[in-house]
Write a new protein. Structure first.
Length: 374
C-alpha cells in the first residue's frame, strides 16, 4: 500500500511505502519534471531554466493514477505533472546524510580496491570479442571501471591497432605528444627517455587539468624475456594510509601539491591539485602521485610542512610495497594492450633486463590518451 501526503506549506511531498518513507521538495520535483514542456524527449535535456520556475512553487495536490504514475499539481503555475514512482525511488535523496555524514574517503560502489591478490584474476578481454560482441565490451568496460585497468589480448601487431580499441568506447584526446606517443626502451640508450631503469609507480600526466581519463598502451615489439608491467591501485594505497594515519590522509587531501612539465620548447604544463582528491561530500575521486613531475610544494602552512612530508613519504612507501602491486610480464611473442584509468591507477615504467642469448633488449609501446565516455 502506497500513501502520499503533502505538508501544510505544500513544499514537501512524502511517499509512504512498506519499506519506509521518502520526502521530496516541491522545487526539486518541479525542476526534475519529465514532461514535454520541461524536457526534450530525444535527449532528456531541460528546455527551461530554474528562473522559469516560480520561486514560490508549491504542491496543491498529489494523486496516484490507475497506471501507477503519481500526478502532482504545482502552483502558481497550476501545472500537473506525472512522475514515475520507480524513477523517484531511484533518485531519492531523503536522509542521504542526515543520520551521519559519510566518512572522508568513501568509494563509489562501482570501484573495487585491490592488491597483489588480483593477480589470480586479472581483468582482461579478447580483442576480437570486444569488436564483435556488445556484451563482451560492456563486461570489459565494467571491469576497467571497477579495477582501474584492464588488459586486451590478441590485438593486431600494427601501429594503428590501438585506435581500433579506442574507437570501441571513446575518442583520442590529442596532447602536446600528438595523437600517438611512442615508448621505446633500449640497452645503452642514447637518450635518458629510452632508459631501462625502473621508475616508481605513478599516475601519468598529473600536470594536466583535467588529467586524461584513460591511457592505452599497445605492445608492438618485445625482443627479450623481461619487460615487467606493474600497476598499483591508488585508491587502495590512499585508504591504507588513512587506516594507518588518518591525519596524514587529511593532510594530503586538504592541501594542494603542484605538478609541472616543461620538457619541450614552448610547452609548460602546470596543475595545482591535492595528491588525494575528494569530492565535497568526502568521496575519494582521484590520486595524483608522480615524484618526477612534482614541483616545489608551497601551499602547505609552515607549521604543517614537516608532517605533510611525513605523510607524503608514507604514501610513497605504501605504493612501493610489492604487496600492493599486480605484475605481468611481456614475454617474447606475447602481445597485449594495457588500458589504465589515469585518475587513480598508478603504473610503473616498463622494466627491461638483459637476457642470455640476446645482444640487445628492446620494448616498443605505442600509446594514446582519451576521455572516458560514460
Amino acid at each position: 500500500m502506497i500513501k502520499v501526503t503533502i505538508d501544510t506549506s505544500g513544499e514537501i511531498l512524502t511517499i509512504l511505502t512498506a519499506s519506509g518513507s521518502q520526502r521530496f521538495h516541491a522545487i526539486w520535483l518541479r525542476d526534475n519534471a519529465q514532461d514535454a514542456e520541461t524536457r526534450a524527449s530525444g535527449n532528456g535535456q531541460r528546455l527551461i531554466t530554474l528562473n522559469h520556475i516560480p520561486a514560490d512553487t508549491h504542491i496543491t495536490s498529489a494523486e496516484l493514477a490507475d497506471d501507477g504514475m503519481l500526478n502532482v499539481c504545482f502552483a502558481p503555475e497550476n501545472k500537473t505533472i506525472a512522475f514515475d514512482l520507480n524513477w523517484l525511488a531511484a533518485h531519492a535523496y531523503d536522509d542521504a546524510y542526515d543520520d551521519a555524514p559519510p566518512r572522508r574517503g568513501w568509494l563509489n560502489e562501482v570501484r573495487q580496491t585491490w592488491d597483489a591478490g588480483l593477480m589470480r584474476a586479472l581483468p582482461c578481454g579478447d580483442f576480437t570479442e570486444l569488436e564483435t560482441s556488445a556484451e563482451a565490451l560492456k563486461d570489459w568496460l565494467a571491469q576497467m571501471m571497477r579495477y582501474g585497468f584492464a588488459k586486451v589480448t590478441h590485438v593486431p601487431i600494427e601501429e594503428g591497432a590501438l585506435f581500433r580499441i579506442v574507437d570501441l568506447f571513446g575518442f583520442v584526446r590529442e596532447t602536446n605528444y600528438g595523437r600517438l606517443f611512442e615508448v621505446k626502451t633500449e640497452v645503452n640508450p642514447t637518450n635518458l627517455a629510452y632508459t631501462g631503469l625502473g621508475l616508481q609507480a605513478h599516475t601519468d600526466n598529473p600536470y594536466r587539468d583535467p588529467v586524461p581519463t584513460v591511457q592505452v598502451l599497445h605492445c608492438l615489439e618485445s625482443s627479450a624475456a623481461g619487460g615487467e608491467n606493474m600497476v598499483v591501485d591508488g585508491f587502495a594505497a590512499a585508504l591504507r594510509l588513512q587506516a594507518e594515519q588518518p591525519e596524514w590522509f587529511d593532510l594530503l587531501a586538504d592541501h594542494c601539491a603542484r605538478f609541472e612539465y616543461a620538457g619541450e620548447d614552448g610547452v609548460c604544463l602546470t596543475a595545482r591539485r591535492p595528491m588525494i582528491e575528494l569530492a565535497p561530500d568526502g568521496e575519494l575521486i582521484g590520486i595524483r602521485f608522480n615524484n618526477r613531475s612534482c614541483a616545489p610544494i608551497t601551499d602547505v602552512p609552515f607549521a604543517r610542512m614537516q608532517d605533510y612530508y611525513a605523510a607524503y613519504r608514507r604514501l610513497s612507501e605504501i605504493i612501493d610495497d610489492t604487496a600492493m602491486e599486480v605484475t605481468f610480464r611481456l614475454n617474447p611473442g606475447r602481445r597485449l594492450s594495457l588500458i589504465t584509468h589515469a585518475s587513480y591507477m598508478l603504473a610503473k615504467a616498463i622494466l627491461v633486463t638483459a637476457s642470455a642469448g640476446f645482444k640487445a633488449v628492446m620494448l616498443i609501446l605505442m600509446g594514446c590518451v582519451l576521455p572516458m565516455m560514460r
